[in-house]
Design a protein around this ligand. Structure first.
Ligand SMILES: C[S@@+](CC[C@H](N)C(=O)[O-])C[C@H]1O[C@@H](n2cnc3c(N)ncnc32)[C@H](O)[C@@H]1O
Length: 257
């Protein structure tokens, strides 16, 4: 299963990236917009952006909810989100132990945050717990096969885990079943982003705070030699357009109690 996530390190890493996040979070913007479009067209009382990051989607969510709460494990990200002033409340908390009353949320929105959880079943149990009986929870999370080009290129360099393990679709289905939460709709989409070179890919991951690998903190220094080998190994994926692809498999789900 998943290795232990060092949550404090994770929160600090995201916090450091908070001010550059919006500029580099191209995939996250695309995915979040898709997820917004799946929200059933209703007016909601209490809404929660779970793992809100820099708060990019708060203004859209705010239009749908009477009271919107922005929650993230990273105080740095929360501060950044707070600058927008689009939510009514801001809470530092963990998706696996939500500091919220049971059956208090009519809408839970969580875009690309849950893949960082150590115990996904626990996170979905918490979502179920805080949802009202008529409420909806929408999530988007990364699936197996995401970043496969980078993972493959790293194998030519060393034996460390440089890329997180992501759940496969059947594993995610079992997680939802174990959490006892029902799935209204479900879809998996492939998103391919394009970059000029490996440095830009690594830089982009770092600038959104996503360069940490769960459970493995000592991946060794990225020396010039290693970088060169990584660049050479990634070349086999270069497209006729001259760009390097970075593939993400994203699972979108609409849940209810
Ligand atoms: C890739 S960002 C996505 C942010 C935002 N939802 C978006 O789509 O732009 C992931 C966010 O999840 C937060 N996060 C990671 N693990 C978390 C946890 N266990 N509980 C709450 N937030 C978490 C991180 O701090 C980070 O802000």
């Amino acid at each position: 299963m998943f290795e232990q996530v060092d949550k404090q390190a994770l929160a600090e890493r995201f916090g450091k990236a908070a001010s550059s996040y919006d500029q580099y979070a191209l995939l996250q913007k695309e995915v979040g917009r898709n997820l917004l479009s799946l929200i059933p067209d209703e007016k909601y009382g209490n809404g929660l952006d779970l793992g809100c990051g820099s708060g990019f989607f708060l203004s859209n969510l705010q239009q749908l909810c009477n009271y919107l709460l922005a929650l993230d494990i990273s105080t740095g990200m929360l501060k950044q989100a707070g600058l927008r002033g689009d939510a009514q409340g801001y809470v530092c908390g963990d998706a696996e132990a939500l500091p919220l009353r049971s059956e208090s949320q009519d809408l839970v929105f969580s875009s690309l945050a849950l893949q960082w959880c150590h115990e996904p079943v626990q996170a979905f149990r918490e979502i179920k717990r805080v949802l009202t009986s008529q409420g909806y929870a929408l999530f988007a999370t990364l699936n197996e096969g995401s970043l496969f080009e980078l993972r493959d290129a790293w194998t030519a360099v060393d034996d460390y885990e440089h890329i997180n393990q992501f759940m496969g679709v059947s594993e995610l289905r079992s997680v939802l079943q174990e959490a006892g939460i029902r799935c209204k709709t479900w879809q998996v989409c492939r998103h391919v982003m394009h970059y000029a070179d490996v440095n830009t890919i690594l830089q982009s991951l770092k600038r959104i705070g996503a360069s940490q690998v769960n459970g493995e903190r000592h991946q060794g220094l990225l020396t010039r030699q290693k970088l060169l080998r990584l660049q050479q190994a990634y070349e086999r994926y270069r497209l006729p357009t001259g760009l390097l692809p970075v593939t993400y498999n994203v699972c979108y789900g609409v849940l209810h109690r």
